[in-house]
Design a protein around this ligand. Structure first.
Ligand code: TXA
Ligand code: MG
Length: 353
């Protein structure tokens, strides 16, 4: 892949580049763009395969939730639930710190792809203050999901050169804009019903400022670090919350797991599912649902729908009130984005019920 360099340093060049950058985003491609904190690697937030390509390009061995970037506060209605939007703290924080380096985490509408949320019930949203970022979101006509535009484990990029050093040939385009102004990522704050706002990641907006504007609404505290089983340490944020299924998930490495009565099956592709089904039949287990993550092994397609499918299987088993039912998953082949999927399945399997 050849990474297009799109000039955006002056208002004039930015205006010329924007239709091209927006077309790439709308077509499901990846565009790196400057924000006031660090460069982000953007994809259309409601296009799950496009979001999966972000993880592929970064070489992230696991899925972390992504921040959704908007240009207009009205776009919150597409991302947060009505219930979440009734929380007065959202308007208070947005009035005080948007546009700017603050990410607000609250309950997500179901349309927000599971991959953007890494399977969580919440989504993080931020309205950046960088003209190029805002122009891209507006021209694309969609919220843009974007992590920092670095390869996994490398430093966050504050110039377009940093981005190209790490991602040249792996992404569709980069907007060559001014160096970023703040140079550290946004502060991430979670709003839960009842209790103070919780700072999940220190960043561009200090805790003291958050606590001050929220003083009459419960204040703000640093989130207590939670050492969840299987969570990668050190994580990119201060705390790592991860999707954990509410029914047991067992990886079928060699044989079909013994003692399985009722189950749902999940496999990397159609052929692997057929194999898993025959193992289940031979063991006498009752299969209540089965999912192939793609027809022919396709990690981008699989990653795009992994969390939705897991939630579906989980709901199916819970609704049928089968207390001993489990999800039996065939391991995902390692390599590239496949390693991220394999990692998430292993973590889900490691979660105590
Ligand atoms: O300044 C920034 O925030 C930059 C620019 C590009 O906007 N973006 C960024 O994204 O730093 P990233 O992916 O490198 O870090 C996102 C972090 C996650 O690792 C997690 O700590 C937190 O934001 N986060 C996002 N959504 C969350 C959620 N639903 N619940 C909890 N934490 C969340
Ligand atoms: Mg990052």
């Amino acid at each position: 892949m050849i990474t297009e360099r799109l000039r955006a340093r002056t208002p004039h060049s930015a205006a010329e580049s924007m239709p091209r950058a927006a077309a790439i985003i709308r077509a499901g491609g990846l565009v790196a763009f400057p924000t006031e904190t660090v460069y982000g690697l953007g994809a259309s937030a409601f296009d799950a395969p496009a979001v999966a390509r972000i993880f592929e390009a970064k070489g992230r061995p696991t899925f972390d939730p992504l921040i959704v970037h908007i240009a207009d506060r009205a776009d919150l209605a597409h991302l947060f639930t009505e219930h979440a939007l009734a929380d007065p703290r959202i308007a208070i924080l947005a009035d005080a710190f948007w546009p700017g380096p603050l990410t607000i985490v609250a309950s997500a509408r179901p349309e927000v792809p599971g991959l953007v949320r890494a399977g969580l019930e919440t989504v993080g949203v931020r309205l950046p203050r960088h003209e190029t970022a805002l122009a891209l979101i507006r021209a694309a006509g969609t919220p843009i999901a974007a992590p920092s535009a670095n390869r996994f484990g490398r430093l966050s990029p504050t110039t377009a050169d940093h981005v190209l050093e790490q991602l040249d040939g792996r992404i569709d385009a980069v907007l060559l804009g001014e160096a970023t102004e703040i140079g550290v990522e946004s502060s991430v704050v979670a709003l839960d019903a009842g209790g103070p706002a919780r700072l999940l990641r220190h960043g561009g907006i200090p805790l003291e400022d958050l606590a001050r504007v929220l003083a009459d609404h419960g204040g703000a505290v640093v989130a207590a670090p939670t050492a969840q089983p299987g969570a990668p340490l050190p994580g990119p944020g201060m705390t790592e919350s991860h999707y954990a299924p509410m029914v047991q998930l067992v990886l079928a490495t060699a044989a079909f797991p013994t003692g399985t009565k009722d189950c749902a099956l999940l496999a990397p592709d159609r052929a692997a599912l057929t194999h898993l089904e025959s193992l289940a039949a031979a063991s006498g287990a009752m299969v209540h649902g089965s999912v192939a993550l793609s027809e022919l092994l396709d990690p981008v397609a699989a990653a795009a729908q992994l969390f939705e499918r897991l939630h579906e299987l989980e709901a199916l088993l819970i609704n049928r009130a089968l207390p001993t039912a489990r999800i039996i998953a065939a391991p995902y082949p390692e390599g590239g984005l496949g390693s991220a999927i394999a990692d998430r399945l292993r973590r889900a399997a490691a979660t105590p019920q």
